[in-house]
Design a protein around this ligand. Structure first.
Ligand SMILES: Cc1cc2nc3c(=O)[nH]c(=O)nc-3n(C[C@H](O)[C@H](O)[C@H](O)COP(=O)(O)O)c2cc1C
Ligand SMILES: [Mn+2]
Length: 430
């Protein structure tokens, strides 16, 4: 399901436009982008099904396997040889001259690297950390990036205290296990690459040492940008069209000073269209895995959770509950809300509703929910800063209990059914 675009395409806007049109359908390989010799691949995670296929798994197995991998990460083997070391450039380092780096949205500040995993080490423990960052590339090859207050930020603060530069390696074009694991919600000190390795039952993830920094990246990386983060020499970064489909504003941010650009012979550049399914799902799957485990700790009868596309795979959560006691729905929604600051609206439904079918979820709201009785509103609490309706990250959370009373699914809330419906084979009659 990979479509090739052979005609030349502009990296500015046109490539993103074509990708967006195919966003829910197909992976795309752009063979010729803005006179650049390197092709660009994008959008291979265009649905949950496509993600599962890329992992060689059934859709239903993805979350349980991700949960197991997070619980039991597996150390990676490091080998010397790697295709990305076939070409190690150390002078005139400018990613814009080598790779087709897109400018996506109207008000974006410029071209951005969006599909690279950034590897760094905790300067105290030497434990690796992996995360994805939007990285603006300037005409002169200097890059500035957004580092939210999570693990890379912790590494950076420690490096400043120790007065040592923080080395980074940005690997572009990695396997989907690594991409997904980079988004795992883990305690600081757990190496996301070891989670990726644990998830790859059968074929282990091998790492190779970088050329100019003391870091390891997946052996099969197409491109590796190596350097150090400079927090003193900042540059403007943003505006940038983000996952909620709004722009996030500009600010002065740290820069990356490159020491090498490594790539395979004939590399393929990988990029993620912001706010596309690929971007949303990379966040949703690891979040669902963590939210489910946490909510089940509070309410074991919770069966599954779904972060919806309309809720940008961050703000809207549907919970499936095999309710045994009244009150479980409220406990579950509150557990989800405190577990993840981004979750803003939660709907809890009974086990007979398919939580991935939003028409069914709406039907449950229409027929099992009363606003005065089943609504929980929590004002003035932390929500996503990227939600433009928030007041500097403060807002209101809302939970809707659309479950029927315990025991009523067989009586007052018994959906209509036609006996023998499932077995009817239309071919026999038409
Ligand atoms: C396409 C994409 C772009 C992202 N951009 C950023 C970013 O610019 N800054 C940031 O801090 N996190 C960004 N993230 C989220 C982090 O990569 C993610 O939260 C990661 O799990 C953080 O890792 P950590 O827990 O080790 O800190 C992005 C995620 C994706 C999928
Ligand atoms: Mn981490």
């Amino acid at each position: 399901m990979l479509t090739r675009v052979r005609k030349p395409v502009e990296a500015r806007h046109t490539l993103g436009g074509i990708t967006r049109k195919l966003g829910k359908e197909k992976a795309v390989l752009f063979e010729r982008v803005s006179e650049c010799a390197t092709p660009l691949v994008t959008n291979f995670i265009f649905s949950r099904q496509a993600l599962a296929a890329s992992l060689g798994m059934e859709e239903k197995d993805v979350i349980p396997r991700f949960q197991r991998a997070m619980e039991k990460p597996r150390p990676c083997k490091i080998i010397e040889k790697a295709p990305f070391k076939e070409n190690v450039l150390s002078r005139h380092l400018n990613p814009l001259k080598l790779f087709p780096i897109p400018t996506y949205h109207e008000r974006d500040a410029g071209p951005y690297i969006t599909g690279g995993i950034l590897v760094a080490k905790d300067p105290e423990t030497g434990i690796r950390n992996v995360s994805i960052h939007r990285i603006r590339v300037f005409e002169d090859g200097v890059m500035s990036l957004l580092i939210l207050p999570r693990h890379l930020d912790l590494c950076l603060r420690k490096s400043i205290e120790l007065k040592r530069p923080l080395e980074v390696a940005i690997a572009i074009g990695v396997d989907p296990f690594t991409l997904l694991s980079s988004q795992a919600i883990l305690p600081f000190g757990v190496d996301e690459l070891e989670v990726a390795n644990a998830m790859r039952e059968g074929s282990p993830l091998k790492l190779a040492r970088c050329a100019t920094v003391d870091l390891e990246v997946p052996v099969d990386s197409e491109i590796v940008l190596e350097g150090v983060i400079d927090t003193l020499d900042t540059r403007m970064e943003g505006p940038f069209g983000e996952f909620p489909r709004y722009y996030s504003p500009e600010a002065a941010r740290p820069t990356v000073k490159l020491s090498a650009i490594c790539h395979r012979d004939k590399p393929v550049y990988y990029s993620i269209l912001p706010a596309a399914r690929e971007h949303l799902l990379l966040g949703a799957i690891p979040r669902e895995a963590s939210i489910l485990a946490n909510v089940q700790r509070a309410v074991p009868s919770v069966k599954a959770v779904h972060l919806t596309y309309g809720g940008t795979c961050r703000y809207h959560l549907i919970i499936s509950l095999a309710k045994r006691n009244e009150g479980e729905a409220r406990t579950a929604m509150l557990a989800a809300m405190v577990n993840n600051a981004d979750i803003k609206h939660v709907v809890v439904v009974d086990k007979d509703i398919d939580i991935f079918d939003m028409e069914q979820v709406e039907w449950a709201l229409a027929t099992r929910f009363q606003g005065d009785r089943d609504l929980v509103v929590i004002p003035q609490i932390q929500i996503s800063t990227l939600d433009p309706s928030s007041a500097a990250g403060m807002g209101t959370k809302m939970g809707m209990d659309a479950t029927a009373p315990v025991g009523s699914l067989e009586h007052a809330f018994k959906p209509i059914a036609i006996p023998g419906y499932e077995e009817i084979d239309l071919k026999k009659y038409l």
